[in-house]
Design a protein around this ligand. Structure first.
Ligand code: COA
Length: 260
């Protein structure tokens, strides 16, 4: 499949999706959001793809936000629809994918860019990365889940300060805040992310799918995460992956998981 604003490349069990509008610092316009949805959906249903990596093209930006030129003239109704559609197509969609999604944050991750990184299952950053939610400097609030996911990741006080000041934090501060899991050089960003993906791929994709669902349940209104964990734990016992994982352990060999 070919896309206008993104690249999707499959190699060694990983699909790397690169947002490719470097002259607009990879800003998310409507078409890019749709293409990301389509590429993520395809990678998630592809049984060979065990991990998905999202990154930005060029050495300056992961994503510098939603495309301001597309919504600057919107009214109240269109503003609400923009946020609702984006959350459905991309941000909630990423978070709830059953395939692990890692954001490799290679530069500016601002507004919708940070919101996309936060919707991924976890984040690795290069040392030139700068992260922030600058929306209040534009007279608007984060609309792609930022007001919800940033406090989940960094705590309410830090999130409030970042949203109210509209300021940026550097990669090491993001590491300190728990917003990213690792910081490395620009050259090492993808190799390190792929190394982590390799560790994930050795484990059962079927079990990981259940784990993602159970962890996410903790953040859903009206859902009892402990109950989901019990259900997903129980379901594992009916899978080929469970048979293989436990048998391999008892036979003192490496497991070769059949599922996705
Ligand atoms: N939407 C649309 N276009 C954007 C964009 C965005 N969010 N972010 C950057 N661009 C475009 C710029 O308009 C510019 O396009 P042009 O060359 O056609 O004029 C191009 O990308 C390069 O950006 P520029 O501002 O020249 O780069 P810089 O290095 O001087 O500054 C930033 C980098 C990230 C600080 C600056 O681009 C910026 O503040 N972007 C907006 C961030 C933001 O508010 N995001 C939240 C949106 S809700």
């Amino acid at each position: 499949m070919t896309y206008e604003n993104i690249l999707a490349n499959f190699q060694n069990g990983m699909t790397t999706i690169t947002i490719n509008r470097p002259n607009k610092l990879n800003a998310l316009n409507k078409n890019t959001i749709q293409e990301l949805h389509d590429a993520l959906d395809a990678a998630n249903t592809d049984t060979k793809t065990k991990v998905i990596i999202i990154t930005g093209s060029g050495d300056k930006a992961f994503v510098a936000g939603a495309d301001i030129s597309e919504f600057a003239h919107f009214d109240v109704e269109n503003g609400g629809k923009l946020a609702a559609k984006g959350q459905e197509l991309l941000f909630d969609f990423v978070e709830n994918l059953s395939t692990p999604v890692i954001a490799a944050v290679n530069g500016f991750a601002l507004g919708g860019g940070l919101e996309l990184a936060m919707a991924c299952h976890f984040r690795v950053a290069s040392d030139n990365a700068k992260m922030g939610l600058p929306e209040t400097s534009l007279g608007v609030i984060p609309g792609y889940g930022g007001t919800q996911r940033l406090p989940q990741l960094v705590g309410k006080g830090r999130a409030m300060e970042m949203v109210m000041t509209a300021g940026m934090i550097d990669a090491n501060t993001a590491l300190d805040f728990g917003l990213v899991n690792h910081v490395t050089t620009q050259e090492e960003l993808l190799p390190l992310t792929e190394k982590i993906a390799g560790k994930i791929m050795r484990n059962s994709s079927v079990a990981i799918k259940g784990a993602i669902k159970a962890v996410n349940a903790n953040y859903k209104d009206g859902v009892n995460g402990f109950k989901i964990e019990i259900e997903e734990f129980g379901n594992c016992f009916g899978t080929e992956d469970f048979k293989e994982g436990t048998t391999a352990f008892l036979e003192k060999r490496k497991a070769d998981f059949p599922g996705k």
